[in-house]
Design a protein around this ligand. Structure first.
Ligand code: ATP
Ligand code: LTN
Length: 359
């Protein structure tokens, strides 16, 4: 990661002009249900910490959400709720363009062009497709779920993104994005900035409370699986007390799959308190699992309290979020159009007569 302003190809016309700008960040979350502490610790928390040093684009990726069947009304509600939760997590519109993916048509257009340049073998290797499709009936697995990574590459590359802050599970998608950018650049000339994934040191992979060997996920069923960002203190305590542990006694970080439950609780505690690992182990020495669960529950309640109160204030304000989303979509579309115009030229699409400049 560098702090220097990278150089970017300007899309005004085919001979590439080099422009200076601050480093750019792009990331997104699918509006597929209630956001949970995995989404917060793996993504939102670091987004807010990074924002003042970068030009940030944070997207609500509703077009990715429909790769799995969604109820239209629930999709609308999740989209608005996510926007409010982005703001409640501390994202400031002064630094961040917070927008909805389907509001900027360039994502679909670049997604298609990249899909046409992606070898099938690259998609066949994607873990997320294999994991998600394995849990579905064959006839409900859409082609969109399969080509999901090329739309994600379009999201990132449209903004000439330098850094993509995501949880551990998205690393492979960012690597594919980089490979696609390199492939396009070598086929058609320098066009895209090569992005890097940025994975948090702590909280990159929070596991399900009831399934400590599988990642916490919005779409997993099971009431005790995830702590959502809007769970009340009572619900958080209840879910935490029911979390799966083991028959050992020691409270220590561990990579032993049998001890994944306790390791997960310690990881959650560390990510919320930012305390060093040794201090945490020392703190819990000689204590029981009941104490551990109570202490972690209180750390989560305290960690989420400011976010929850900001969220409920924003909800009271009503229409302000839709207005912000409209303004942000305009800015996103302007930036995206610069890259897309360049891409269209590079692949050989002719310009609309009204867009050709008189010479
Ligand atoms: P779904 O179950 O709908 O696929 P999800 O819970 O996996 O949803 P995403 O929308 O896929 O969430 O992810 C949004 C962001 O949150 C990504 O940056 C992802 O890496 C991060 N993330 C998701 N789950 C976790 C987790 N359990 N631990 C850490 N980060 C996570
Ligand atoms: N696939 C991501 C969501 C996502 C994303 C992006 C993340 C879609 N487009 C661009 C970073 C950058 C996920 O978290 N499941």
């Amino acid at each position: 990661m560098t702090d220097q302003s990278p150089t970017v190809a300007s899309a005004t016309d085919t001979p590439t002009v080099i422009k200076q700008r601050p480093p750019r960040i792009f990331s997104g979350i699918q509006p597929t249900g209630q956001l949970h502490i995995g989404n917060y610790l793996g993504a939102l928390k670091q987004w807010a910490q990074l924002q003042s040093k970068y030009d940030n684009f944070y997207c609500i990726v509703d077009m990715h959400a429909i790769t799995i069947p969604q109820d239209p009304q629930e999709l609308r509600e999740s989209t608005r709720r996510n926007a409010a939760l982005y703001l409640a997590s501390g994202l400031d519109p002064k630094y961040c363009t917070i927008f909805v993916q389907s509001h900027v048509a360039a994502h679909a257009e670049l997604g298609w062009i990249l899909t046409c340049l992606t070898p099938l073998g690259w998609l066949n290797r994607m873990h997320q497709f294999k994991d998600k499709s394995a849990k579905m009936q064959a006839e409900s697995i859409s082609a969109g779920l399969y080509t999901y990574p090329t739309l994600m590459a379009a999201d990132i590359l449209l903004y000439q993104t330098d850094l993509v802050p995501v949880g551990d599970d998205q690393k492979q998608h960012v690597e594919l994005t980089r490979d696609l950018a390199q492939r396009f650049n070598s086929m058609f000339g320098e066009t895209f900035t090569l992005p890097d994934a940025m994975i948090p040191v702590s909280g990159a992979r929070i596991m399900g409370l009831d399934t400590p060997n599988a990642k916490m996920s919005k779409s997993a069923i099971g009431e005790g699986h995830a702590i959502t960002l809007l769970d009340s203190p009572e619900v958080i305590r209840k879910k935490m007390m029911r979390a799966t542990t083991d028959s050992h006694r020691e409270i220590k970080f561990s990579t032993d799959p049998e001890r994944a439950g306790v390791n997960n609780l310690l990881t959650i505690y560390q990510a919320f308190t930012d305390e060093p690992g040794e201090a945490i182990e020392a703190h819990f020495e000689g204590k029981g699992y009941g104490d551990l669960k109570k202490t972690v529950a209180e750390a989560v309640i305290e960690g989420l309290a400011p976010l929850q109160s900001r969220y409920y204030e924003l909800v009271k304000e009503g229409g302000a979020i839709d207005e912000l989303l409209a303004k942000s979509a305009e800015r996103a579309a302007e930036v995206a159009a610069q890259t897309l115009d360049l891409v269209r030229d590079r692949v050989g699409f002719i310009r609309l007569a009204s867009k050709v400049k008189p010479s």
